[in-house]
Design a protein around this ligand. Sequence first.
Ligand SMILES: Nc1ncnc2c1ncn2[C@@H]1O[C@H](COP(=O)(O)OP(=O)(O)OP(=O)(O)O)[C@@H](O)[C@H]1O
Length: 545
Amino acid sequence: MSKGQVEDRKRKYDDVETAIPNKLKKDKKDKKDKKDKKDKKRKKDKKEKKDKKEKKEKKDKSNKKSKDLDDLKAENVDEQSSVTQSSVEAAPVQENGYVQSEKLSHVSQSEVDEFYRENEVSVEDPSKLSLRPLLSFSHISLSPEIQDEISKFPKPTPIQAVSWPYLLSGKDVVGVAETGSGKTFAFGVPAIHNLMNAGSEKKGIQVLVISPTRELASQIYDNLILITKKAGVHCCCVYGGVPKDEQRAQLKKAQVVVATPGRLLDLIDEGSARLSNVSYLVLDEADRMLEKGFEEDIKRIIGSTKATGRQTLMFTATWPKEVRELASTFMNSPVKISIGNRDELSANKRITQIVEVVEPFKKERKLLELLKKYQSGARKNEKVLIFALYKKEASRVERNLQYNGYKVAAIHGDLSQQQRTQALGEFKSGVSNLLLATDVAARGLDIPNVKTVINLTFPLTVEDYVHRIGRTGRAGQTGTAHTLFTEQEKHLAGALVNVLNGAGQPVPEELKKFGTHTKKKEHSAYGAFYKDIDTTKKAKKITFD
Ligand SMILES: Nc1ncnc2c1ncn2[C@@H]1O[C@H](COP(=O)(O)OP(=O)(O)OP(=O)(O)O)[C@@H](O)[C@H]1O
């Protein structure tokens, strides 16, 4: 149709229109005007209503935001704070809802730098969040139940100060800090805080902590229960050597589980432990857990937990390079936090280390001399922990000590769990002041007031040496480690010299004579052929059996 034809038709139509009587036309027009007016009003009302609603929603939202911020500010600003509202800096908000407190935002950068320097803190964070350490408990708003428990301490330890913001932000963390530096609460407090915030009672087991020994699992449980009890969170502990029934019953209610690998796998296999909701997984003494012997168990356990959205944590005092690659396969761009230059194997500097090179056959006589030295006069009641290497050796030395009139408790693998628990209890409580142990007690055990550790036989690795001597000098105290070293361990002399040098301890000439060559530590699975790896890379997919 041409433009002209369109115009014609339009005109014709207009003509028809004009053929309608005027009155009718007018009525129709009035009606139409009225209707238009009504429509317009209805549209206007509707728009006004919509605008009003949007405005109200916006206002509510902004009120809530500022209320949340105010609440947070109120919780974090203590009486002495001289911070004014107008000087408040923007607080970074992290993925999991972690908000840096106003008080922490106002700590000067030089104070933060000083903290990093003094504690030799190193943070490798692939996502470059640069979260500030919590220099005081008032720098964080935790629930009253948690606050109540930790406020018995003066301030967070360095590993707690640095790791909490990352853990509360949902990050995977490798935390390496000296023995006795509060790593249990470093991973424990954020675990319970996150659980309480999620308000998820019905989801079953959500936090899982794996530990290499029954005694350590039980100790971690004793620490966590202090918080979980008050917080109304159900925590249980499962380990071997005791009946399963009670553990099965506890698992049905538990949200937090502390476990040793063997018993946990038994309970998984029989269907009593379901880990598919575990979203916070901790390997304590992580390097030990990744060694051969545990490695396969750990793979199976991790394979039973939540595949995505799981936070994985590894904490330890020693982090040898040969386990780092394996660790990274279980983690997602972990933040690596180390306190006190721990790239080199190093011991707690508050422990006085004495190393004596002796003939192997003279060791047990020497032990009796040392006990006279460390448990006589004013030191009569001081606690001494003796380490042997083998179960048989421990049994023999135990009998020998008893023969010489010593009341000695013992922990080693040949004893029943009940005997082990009783021995540890007696030593902890001071019923006996002498404990003889194998490396089952080397890691993690927090026994109050152990003044002296004696290494009757040197352990198989220098990492174990660092853990053993770390049973003294805990939580800021001092202690002594006296080690008898024989030619049979000469392949470890170089590594031991490094540890002594690193802690500013004297190195005996007889030890230097063995040479300072350090044998590369062999991973029990990969031998010495491990490579230095980048722990910051993304986890690669692993298929578990
Ligand atoms: N903020 C704190 N201030 C002072 N002491 C603390 C603090 N947090 C924890 N502790 C105490 O420090 C001691 C050692 O803590 P913990 O057993 O967690 O050490 P660790 O770093 O795990 O040691 P290890 O490497 O031997 O396993 C415990 O008695 C614990 O109660």
